[in-house]
Design a protein around this ligand. Structure first.
Ligand code: HEC
Length: 164
């Protein structure tokens, strides 16, 4: 496990605590569980390089099974405290089972794939940058904490939890 990103995150965490005082959702989200994001060992996955891909390379085929294993544990360590165990949201944070809900019902396969790709890009962007509005951290950024492989592994896990 590496803690390269710890010092900046500690500063960030302090910001979150301040923000939490005025955001009840965030207060609840951070009042239980570990506040330090966990880096994830992704060396057993097909490596993706530095450039971020547009879509989840582990959705099927090589690496899918291992991505699901790693993604399940990475989700539990980094996301579940806000987005809920097994991705079932308690209502404080968006329910990530519904992330692809606009796509799953599309009949046209080409349109469906395009829709999934758009959601993937949105997903990776959100996880990397987090959600900060008006100086309040609703969700911390995971860039430099999670590798690209870890982010797509989490997406792979969430794809098995999809609900329309
Ligand atoms: C501190 C709590 C917290 C943690 C930890 C957290 N999130 Fe979030 N997340 C939120 C909140 C709150 C929002 C909605 C923010 C807003 O209103 O803009 C959100 C939004 C999102 C969205 C956008 C959903 C949408 O429908 O707009 C995605 C995707 C997401 N989170 C994924 C993740 C993943 C994956 C992880 C773990 C790597 C994670 N989050 C960790 C609180 C958190």
């Amino acid at each position: 496990m590496t803690y390269l990103a710890k010092p900046p995150f500690v500063r960030l965490a302090r910001g979150i605590v301040l923000a939490a005082l005025s955001v009840s959702a965030a207060t609840l989200a951070w009042s239980h569980g570990d506040v330090v994001p966990q880096s994830v060992d992704t060396t057993t996955l097909p490596q993706l390089g530095k450039k971020w891909l547009d879509a989840n390379p582990y959705s099927k085929g090589e690496g899918h099974k291992e991505a699901l294993r790693i993604g399940t544990s990475a989700y539990n360590q980094n996301c579940a405290r806000c987005h809920g165990l097994e991705a079932i949201s308690g209502g404080m944070s968006p329910d990530l089972r519904k992330l692809d809900a606009d796509c799953t019902g599309l009949a046209d396969e080409a349109k469906k794939d395009m829709c999934f790709a758009e959601m993937s890009e949105f997903f990776a962007g959100t996880v990397r940058r987090g959600r900060v509005r008006d100086g309040r951290v609703y969700m911390p950024p995971f860039e430099n904490i999670l590798t690209q492989e870890a982010v797509w592994a989490i997406k792979t896990y969430l794809e098995t939890r999809r609900e329309p």
